[in-house]
Design a binder for this molecule. Structure first.
Ligand code: PMP
Length: 455
């Protein structure tokens, strides 16, 4: 039954000129709006709603926990769900990543990792330590708060705030479709990893606290999968110069790429593992930083406290929801399913879109697939940023009843992209439906753009 849409006169969203549709219900991989229209959630919101919408088990756990106790403050008390969730994560995280610090989302988590890296060196070497820089990469996204944005290598998101940002250096991305060095993966000898080392040397390794990277780049550039060996090289470089390696798995963590943590594809143990999104699959705001034992032990043995904290960190409600989500993920074999369905999805999208006039590249790992849109498939020239092709693609999909996660790129010489990352519970028929809808949406978009000249 259609519900009367409300007027959102007082909500302040990102897009100030376009009213948004109101979603009233979610079930599995589908969302329903006030007019009863159904959308296939092809991007799990922002690659967060990994177990799908409307899960009764999570709803029931939330209700029970809210009745028992919804809030305790971590400066004074701990609580059962936080203890159990920390145990659960520590048992499954790679290597000796075993100390879990809870926050409320991805940006809080990357900020926390940044501060933890700094405090580690202050505690270890004394307050005069010159180690404060974090080396990140261009075409990356680590969040929108100021520390996180300082690490983020995305010009458009940074530019209004430049005076507020820290001057962190940015190395080249691992971006094979547009290799910054004009090389081929088969013979490049991981030139982009060498660039991280060169950046470190240029800055002076004694001033660097950490290197941060997304195992597979998500929002900034649409599922950039690094070449094999890249993450092992990052680990070697960080070890060589005594710098912490931070894996930002806010998007990739908890199964998105077909492994519980994406660094497991390359058997690398980072010093800090940053998590959010799939942690609660969107049911409650939560994030975490998982530290290796020696990092945590340094703080314990030296200053004895982490000079940090947020009101909602480790709150029982979010932790209880997250724990239930993790149980569901494991009991229902959803990580394996993400891997299997991801393979089907990538194959299908390559088949359908491989020679589409707007599509330059289809890439991904697990259920995280990026489709890069270009004005010219041969030269790989992006559309002009003034055309807003990414957001047009998002709207074209929405009109067809498909939700995708678009991102613009022309401001830094990349193509615009759409990121596809449905809930892991998607089945083969729904993957087919997703591919059909995306192909139709891009055909619509091609029609919309026909006759316009990018020059
Ligand atoms: N890091 C990565 C890799 C992300 O994908 C995101 C969110 N897209 C963030 C950090 C920021 O997370 P949040 O939006 O929860 O603040």
């Amino acid at each position: 039954m259609a519900v009367v849409p409300r007027v959102d006169d007082h909500l302040f969203y990102r897009d100030l000129r376009r009213p948004l549709r109101e979603i009233v219900r979610g079930e599995g991989v589908y969302l329903y709006d006030t007019e009863g229209r159904r959308y296939l959630d092809g991007c799990a919101g922002s690659l967060a709603a990994n177990i799908g919408h409307g899960n009764r088990r999570v709803a029931e756990v939330l209700r029970r926990q809210a009745e028992r106790v919804a809030f305790t403050h971590l400066s004074r008390f701990t609580n059962g769900p936080a203890i159990e969730l920390a145990d659960w994560i520590a048992e499954r995280a790679p290597g000796d990543l075993s100390r879990v610090y809870f926050v409320s989302g991805g940006s809080e988590a990357t900020e926390t990792a940044l501060k933890l890296a700094r405090q580690y060196f202050v505690d270890r070497d004394g307050p005069e330590t010159p180690r404060w820089k974090v080396i990140a990469r261009r075409s990356s996204y680590h969040g929108n708060t100021l520390g996180a944005l300082s690490m983020t290598g995305h010009r458009a998101r940074r530019s209004p705030y430049e005076p507020l940002l820290n001057a962190f250096p940015h190395a080249a991305p691992a971006y094979c479709y547009r290799c910054p060095f004009g090389l081929e993966p088969s013979s490049c000898r991981l030139r982009c990893a060498t660039d991280v080392e060169e950046t470190l040397l240029r800055e002076g390794p004694e001033t660097v606290a950490a290197v941060i990277a997304e195992p597979v780049v998500g929002a900034a550039a649409g599922a950039l999968v690094p070449p094999d060996g890249y993450w092992q090289r990052l680990r070697e470089i960080c070890d060589r110069y005594g710098v912490l390696l931070i894996a930002d798995e806010v998007m990739t963590g908890f199964g998105r790429t077909g492994r519980l943590f994406a660094v497991e594809h390359w058997n690398v143990v980072p010093d800090l593992l940053v998590l959010a999104k799939g942690m609660s699959a969107g049911y409650t705001p939560i994030g975490a930083v998982v530290a290796r034992e020696p990092v945590w032990a340094t703080l314990r043995d030296r200053s004895g406290r982490f000079v940090h904290g947020h009101t909602y960190g480790a709150n029982p409600l979010s932790c209880a929801a997250s724990l239930e989500v993790q149980r569901i993920l494991e009991e229902e074999g959803l990580v394996e399913r993400a891997e299997a369905m991801g393979r089907v999805l990538l194959g299908l999208l390559r088949e359908r879109l491989g020679s589409h006039p707007l599509v330059g590249d289809v890439r991904g790992l697990g259920l995280m697939v990026g489709v890069e849109l270009v004005a010219d498939r041969v030269t790989r020239e992006p559309f002009p940023s003034s055309w807003g092709v990414a957001s047009r693609a998002g709207l074209a999909a929405e009109r067809r009843g498909l939700v995708v996660y678009p991102g613009s790129g022309a401001h830094e010489g990349r193509g615009d992209h759409v990121l596809i990352g449905p809930p892991f519970i998607i089945d083969a028929t729904q993957v087919e439906e997703l591919a059909d809808l995306l192909e139709e949406s891009l055909n619509d978009l091609a029609g919309e753009l026909a006759g316009r000249n990018p020059h």
